[in-house]
Design a protein around this ligand. Structure first.
Ligand code: GLN
Length: 250
């Protein structure tokens, strides 16, 4: 099957190799006989309703965010509609911040967001930098861990009824105090984790692919054939170890 991916602002939002997430999705889809077709969606490019099974937006610093924020705000309805009708979505750091109601940056200016996730972000003075380990439960009863690297000044506060992606075991997470990291809404996931995220967390790549396949062909997300993942498991082990050594939230 063809999995149609819309990659938002690849030229602007690609910090800490976030584009590597697309490479992982492409390869893992191919190994299961599916083809990922990736459409770059830059400034001024229309987001056609129903055209994508998965949307992806990476991270960037305030400067890059400010460059794309007005265009992204124009796409708000199309993005919310895509998720409401079952498309999968992954948003990382700067992209994650702008998928909430908005981000007040270091210079005090406010960038209005998409309003997909129930959260708001305000830049603090101290950056939250380091390795992170989370526990997530995307499917009830199936707790999994995610490891990654965070570097953000923004503090993201979730609405009471917003669902976090996971609980912080080690690291800062959304705001350094709540113990929450990221946000999840149906098949959409937002997170601060870079690294890039997916090479060391292949189960999440497969979760996203399965959700995207379900969007494309209807029905339940398929169970994907397991892959050996020896290097991936080792990469996770090293990243998780670094997060543990850092000694948790500070
Ligand atoms: N500009 C944002 C912040 O510092 C996002 C940074 C990032 O994407 N790494 O909070």
């Amino acid at each position: 099957m063809t999995i149609r991916v819309g990659h938002l602002y690849p030229d602007y939002l690609n910090i800490y190799a976030d584009r590597g997430n697309i490479a992982v999705l492409t390869r893992r889809a191919e190994l299961r006989g599916h083809q990922l077709v990736v459409q770059p969606i830059g400034i001024g490019v229309e987001l056609v309703p129903g055209a994508h099974d998965l949307l992806y937006i990476g991270g960037g610093q305030d400067r890059e965010q400010a460059l794309i924020a007005p265009d992204l705000a124009d796409k708000s309805e199309a993005i919310r509609h895509a998720v409401a009708e079952g498309a999968a979505l992954l948003a990382v750091c700067g992209g994650y911040q702008l998928l909430g109601r908005g981000y007040r940056g270091r210079d005090g200016s406010f960038m209005p967001g998409v309003g997909l996730f129930g959260h708001e972000t305000v830049a603090g003075t101290k950056r939250m930098i380091g390795d992170v380990l989370l526990e997530c439960e995307l499917e009830p009863g199936a707790a999994r861990q995610l490891a990654g690297f965070e570097n953000h000044a923004g503090r993201t506060v979730l609405d009471r009824d917003a669902e976090p992606l996971g609980r912080v075991l080690h690291g800062f997470g959304n705001d350094g105090t709540s113990g929450f990291e990221g946000c999840r809404l149906e098949r959409a996931i937002g997170t601060y984790l870079h690294g890039p995220l997916l090479p060391r967390n292949p189960w999440l790549a497969d979760w996203l692919l399965a959700q995207a396949l379900a969007h494309g062909r209807g029905g339940e997300p398929p169970i994907l054939e397991p892959l050996p993942d020896e290097l991936e498991v080792e990469a996770f082990r090293v990243a998780a170890g670094r997060a543990r050594e850092r000694g948790g939230r500070r």
